[in-house]
Design a protein around this ligand. Structure first.
Ligand code: SF4
Length: 353
């Protein structure tokens, strides 16, 4: 497997990003940030789903002031998302754990200096977050909304911060299509060592966002690029975390929970495999220990898969086999297979605890 690109390690509160730190997963609330209770409720949901970091929009001063109470009660490190208004950044910097803003769209240098000073005082990192849809005019005129334009904007904003002696930076460059996003990250990666926040922006509803993110983020992760990530989906918050974790697992960047191998079924099937896999998934989703399991429709491929699986089922006609570490441990009626399978998985999951 390709080694991860060696990046600088920064911290958002107690969550490390970059270097040898695990790739963290983050999301963003969609509540009105001025509504403290609703925002905290969404943060709680994200925490429960397994998020490491949460970002909140700060559209006005009332929202910036609400961050005090939100940060006091938040169960996740908090990032403030700021556009254009330096006073909002200054207020937010009193309460949150990191700021996302682009120096280029704040205006006067003295204002940027004030924000950087406030961040330095509280050890807050800054995310330079380039979005292809809102490039600075000069770069859009020169490059259009291309990957080159995104990289030029990122480097311009990074230099702004570096010139002020600030290097606790992470960088994102998001476009709504996969090709530009991947191209931009690949282009910028060898040119600095700041940690990268990966994402495809405005990726769409569940189905399309999953595909776009799996292709884009997956390609980058396989290249060894990426230190933290967000899968953005129009829909339920929890799905963002679930899918991000699955992308990490299938890219080999996260060892956590069950890797379930199941066959697509074919004319040889003589059991209800679809229901069996769904039941296995539901009954084992709490398990964190990394285990390979397989649930196969017949013995044709089941024995081969079972050799590499910690626990396996091979269905037959009305009966099936349970295998542990490639060895048959039981032959049972179909109705008892999932129960026994889950028992064996639980046993392995609890081993060494
Ligand atoms: S394991 Fe058996 S049922 Fe499943 S796809 Fe292969 S041959 Fe078909």
């Amino acid at each position: 497997m390709v080694q991860r690109y060696p990046t600088k390690k920064i911290f958002i509160k107690d969550v490390a990003i970059g270097g040898d730190a695990p790739i963290s997963v983050q999301s963003m609330t969609f509540s009105d940030t001025r509504d403290v209770e609703a925002t905290l409720e969404q943060i709680k949901r994200l925490h429960f789903a397994g998020a490491d970091i949460v970002r909140v929009a700060v559209p006005d001063m009332e929202a910036a002031k609400a961050l005090k109470e939100i940060s006091e009660q938040s169960t996740l490190p908090l990032v403030a998302d700021i556009h254009f208004h330096y006073k909002l950044a200054l207020e937010a910097a009193k309460w949150v754990d990191a700021i996302r803003f682009n120096p280029g769209n704040i205006g006067e240098k003295s204002r940027i200096k004030e924000i950087v000073k406030a961040c330095k005082e509280r050890n807050l990192p800054i995310r330079v977050g380039v979005n292809a849809g809102s490039l600075e005019k000069e770069f859009e005129q020169k490059y259009g909304t291309t990957a080159e334009g995104m990289v030029a904007s990122a480097e311009y904003n990074i230099k702004f911060l570096e010139d002020l002696g600030f290097t606790d930076i992470k960088v994102s460059m998001k476009a709504s299509d996969v090709q530009r996003t991947v191209e931009a990250y690949r282009m910028l990666r060898p040119r600095n060592n700041y940690p990268f926040h990966l994402g495809v922006t405005e990726a769409g509803t569940l189905h399309h966002a999953t595909i776009k993110s799996a292709i884009g983020l997956g390609a980058l992760l396989l290249d060894g690029i990426g230190d933290t990530m967000r899968v953005s989906i129009t829909g339920e918050l929890e799905n963002e975390i679930l899918i991000a974790k699955d992308i990490l697992k299938d890219s080999g960047r996260l060892q956590e929970g069950l890797n379930i191998i199941s066959c697509p079924t074919c004319g040889r099937i003589e059991a209800d495999l679809v229901s069996a896999v769904a039941e296995v998934q539901e009954r084992t989703k709490h398990i964190k220990k990394p285990l390979n399991v397989s649930v196969m429709g017949c013995v044709v491929n089941a024995i081969g898969e079972a050799k590499h699986a910690d626990v396996a089922i091979a269905y037959g006609k009305g009966v099936g086999l349970i295998m542990v570490k490639g060895k048959q441990v039981a032959k049972l009626p179909e109705s008892e297979l999932v129960d026994r399978f889950v028992q064996e998985v639980e046993k392995l999951a609890n081993e060494g605890e």
